[in-house]
Design a protein around this ligand. Structure first.
Ligand SMILES: [Cu+2]
Length: 168
């Protein structure tokens, strides 16, 4: 009987190790910035660009939760608007918000799965520890439908995503 318990414990161990690493990486975000910049040369231009903090048109509050949802998850904007997304991680695990096209976000999520230790910081994203708050300031230059998602392993797949519709 004792043997069986220790085998069970062994099999759950990798999950704990991975969860621990996620938190440990937090302090090293800047170190891997250069690497991620190289990996992102696709059409992010359509989504927009980092906004000027002095020219914010409005603030939109977004809450992230452990039921793998953003609230709100549908946002309507006017072309050209600079938005301050004031984001709050109300959960008990790390969450991210990354703005992009759905194609881009899915590629990015696959990359995160392949390199679980990779961590990066870019203006179109934020990674927040449980209970933390932070901002993304972004200007939407083109009309269209864009997305945001949490790229922590498994979160996008569990439905942690949202839609941004930009109209003229
Ligand atoms: Cu998440």
């Amino acid at each position: 009987m004792k043997k069986m318990i220790s085998i069970l414990l062994m099999s759950t161990l990798p999950a704990f190790v991975m969860a621990g690493e996620g938190h440990a990486m937090e302090g090293h975000q800047h170190g891997s910035h250069d690497m991620s910049a190289m990996a992102h040369e696709n059409d992010e231009a359509d989504v927009g660009k980092p906004g000027d903090p002095k020219k914010i048109d409005r603030t939109i509050h977004i809450t992230m939760s452990d039921n793998m949802r953003f609230t709100p998850d549908h946002i309507k904007l006017k072309q050209g608007e600079t938005i301050r997304f004031a984001i709050h991680n109300a959960g008990k695990v790390q969450h991210e918000m990354v703005i992009g096209t759905m194609v881009e976000l899915k590629e990015h999520a696959a990359m995160m799965r392949a390199n679980p230790n990779m961590h990066h910081v870019e203006p179109n994203m934020i990674s927040l520890a449980p209970g933390k708050k932070g901002d993304i300031i972004w200007q939407f230059e083109k009309q269209g439908t864009f997305n945001f998602a949490c790229l922590r392993p498994g979160h996008l797949e569990a439905g942690m995503k949202g839609e941004i519709v930009v109209k003229p």
